[in-house]
Design a protein around this ligand. Structure first.
Ligand code: PGA
Length: 252
């Protein structure tokens, strides 16, 4: 029997994705973020650093969850250049982004590949931020929401729960472009995603944190975070400096 839907508030989650930026020297930024995260009890702060920095970042930042930007679906084998969930865990990572549109595109990843990555993360005790989002063509054809719901249906494991699984809605056309989705678009998409999570997972669907990503900045973060069912943000460009990232943590 399913437990009743809970109305317990979900703790806000602010995630930085450093993509292919950063160096050991850049960890001073992480120190500044960590100092603020220590005092921000109502917000969970996480940074997906380049894999080369996971161990040093994890050692340097006690209040920021450190993770990876991508994992392979299998645990080991002949996959030159790839990293498994167990390797990320071994290096000190606590989570991984999966299904980012840049990885989906560059590596022609399918939804079923991404589901396998989620299951691998689960096996090795990593939490997951699953990215979904439509491209401009889908949106212009009025297929954006249906496309995102199909991605969710295919990529969310049956045992997903809020303690290890979050979803980030990142419309591809809003990533790195300065063009954030409108408040109405985000409201509608997040309501749809919540309904989908509930239908798919029962009460657990209410505990999954749903983030928004795509040109989040200090200028729009408060407004985005005030939308129903927006439980956090996934931020790349603005997460690279303390000056632009700290106001986003403050907004949460
Ligand atoms: P952006 O990227 O914040 O630079 O738009 C978001 C992302 O790719 O996760």
């Amino acid at each position: 029997m399913q437990r009743p839907v809970t109305s317990k508030p979900r703790r806000k989650l602010v995630v930085g994705n450093w993509k292919m930026h950063g160096s050991l020297a850049a960890l001073t930024v992480l120190g500044e973020i960590n100092a603020v995260a220590k005092r921000a009890h109502r917000v969970e702060v996480a940074i997906a650093v380049p894999a080369t920095l996971i161990t040093a970042a994890w050692q340097a930042a006690s209040a920021v969850k450190i993770g990876a930007q991508e994992i392979h679906a299998v645990d080991q084998g002949p996959h030159t250049g790839c990293l498994s969930a167990s390797m990320i865990k071994d290096a000190g990572g606590g989570f991984s982004i999966i299904g980012h549109s840049e990885c989906r595109q560059a590596q022609q990843q399918t939804d079923s590949d991404i589901l396998e990555k989620a299951l691998a993360a689960r096996r090795h005790g990593l939490s997951v931020i699953l990215c979904v989002g439509e491209n401009l063509e889908m949106r212009e054809r009025g297929r954006g929401e249906a496309f995102v719901m199909d991605q969710l249906e295919a990529c969310v494991p049956a045992d997903a729960d809020g303690d290890w699984f979050s979803v980030a809605y990142e419309p591809i056309w809003a990533i790195g472009t300065g063009l954030s989705a409108s408040m109405d678009d985000i409201t509608q998409m997040h309501a749809g995603m919540r309904a989908m999570c509930r239908a798919h997972l029962g009460a657990a669907g209410d505990r999954i944190r749903l983030l928004y990503g795509g040109s989040v900045s200090s200028a729009n973060a408060s407004q985005v975070l005030s939308i129903a069912h927006v439980d956090g943000v996934l931020v790349s460009g603005a997460s690279l400096s303390a000056e632009t990232f700290l106001p986003i943590i403050a907004a949460a």
